[in-house]
Write a protein that binds this ligand. Structure first.
Ligand SMILES: [Zn+2]
Length: 202
């Protein structure tokens, strides 16, 4: 007799235990949604959902600023915009705990030090893996880079769709929300702002 269960992703061995009250909360939610949490297909769902939420919100366990601790001061005379474009990310809105899925563009104008480019994405993910609103996520990423790198300017633009809007409520798939935070020269100098927005494709 062959089993339909493949490589067992549901094997609880080696996974962190989920407290009963957390599993019960998910069971209550399943019941509230209209299903029977004791039917076979839903038996392991509460523990899976709980572990998934720990993962979605793993950003609470870190200070995203640590990714910017290590800087490179030798930049070969480079003193122009550094831009990381189209960084995919996922977050969850704090109002519905529904997915926010989008891309971010992060730029800064260095003074005399730069960071490894992947670090900007790590800062983004550190703040995205929490319950968020897009406006705060945008501001937190910009502020973190501003505080840690002390650059001439920071520009963060985030475009994202919110499942709480596309999958429920007004149900408008394809709609994205755009937020931006400009600091330093990108806020004060129109030409610099236009340049960085142009590089970002806006
Ligand atoms: Zn929402």
């Amino acid at each position: 007799m062959s089993s339909l269960v493949g490589p067992d992703e549901d094997d609880p061995r080696g996974k962190p235990p989920v407290p009963d009250e957390v599993q019960n909360a998910v069971r209550t939610l399943i019941e509230w949604a209209g299903d029977d949490p004791s039917r076979e297909g839903l038996l392991d769902t509460p523990a899976r959902v709980a572990r998934a939420w720990k993962e979605y919100c793993v950003g609470y366990e870190e200070d995203p600023g640590v990714h910017l601790d290590r800087v490179f001061e030798e930049v070969g005379g480079y003193n122009d915009i550094v831009l990381l474009k189209d960084i995919p990310f996922q977050s969850h809105c704090e109002h519905h705990m529904a997915p926010i899925i989008g891309v971010a563009h992060i730029a800064y104008l260095p003074t005399d030090s730069v960071v490894g480019i992947s670090k900007l994405a790590r800062v983004l993910h550190g703040y995205a893996r929490r319950l968020q609103v897009q406006e705060r996520l945008t501001a937190e990423v910009a502020q973190c880079i501003w505080d840690k790198l002390k650059p001439e300017g920071v520009a963060v633009v985030i475009e994202a769709s919110h499942a709480c809007m596309t999958a429920r409520g007004v149900r408008t798939p394809g709609v994205t929300m755009v937020t931006s935070r400009m600091m330093g020269v990108f806020r004060d100098d129109e030409r610099s702002r236009e340049e960085v927005l142009g590089l970002m494709g806006h």
